[in-house]
Design a protein around this ligand. Structure first.
Ligand SMILES: Nc1nc2c([nH]c(=O)n2[C@H]2C[C@H](O)[C@@H](COP(=O)(O)OP(=O)(O)OP(=O)(O)O)O2)c(=O)[nH]1
Length: 142
């Protein structure tokens, strides 16, 4: 896949966690930068040097939400982001021992079912992934 090849060739990978619980996925509302404030995304962030996607997602979910997660397979395609970066989403679940997630860096959290995806304003790359997220949750969109 072109985006994956670009990422391997030196581009940066941003990983996102599609944390699923009771037919809903956990979304969070960005607080910064101003251009993205108020927009909704999945928990995650940059894969640092020496980390696997899974390592990065486990670290980011602790930093952003205070919860341990178990990371599964990728969901949908890699989506190109500005600046030679790609967004790669993996399915995830809260670990059995996990407390309630709380937003450490974000304005708000919501568990969204596919019927509710249209109620928030997603970042553009995440909009591309909504059909795949809908399929993941077992209720195809459109
Ligand atoms: N985490 C996350 N980032 C996303 C998503 N969709 C999307 O376009 N992005 C973009 C927004 C940012 O430009 C970039 C990730 O930034 P970030 O601020 O979450 O990553 P980070 O924690 O590693 O960055 P930093 O604060 O350490 O600089 O990817 C998404 O669903 N989740």
């Amino acid at each position: 896949m072109a985006a994956r090849a670009a990422a391997k060739a030196g581009g940066e990978v941003i990983v996102g966690a599609a944390i699923v619980r009771d037919g809903a996925v956990l979304a969070q509302q960005r607080a910064y930068p101003p251009s993205a404030a108020g927009k909704w995304e999945l928990p995650g962030g940059r894969v640092e040097d020496g980390e696997s996607d899974r390592d990065a997602l486990v670290r980011e979910c602790v930093e952003e939400l205070g919860v341990p997660v178990v990371v599964g397979e990728t969901v949908g395609p890699d989506v190109a982001l500005p600046g030679d970066r790609v967004l790669r989403v993996h399915r995830a679940a809260l670990a059995t021992s996990a407390p309630q997630p709380h937003p450490h860096d974000h304005q708000a959290l919501r568990w969204l079912t596919p019927d509710q995806f249209g109620q928030v304003s997603w970042l553009p790359a995440d909009r591309v992934l909504l059909p795949a997220l809908g399929r993941l949750l077992g209720r195809p969109l459109g």
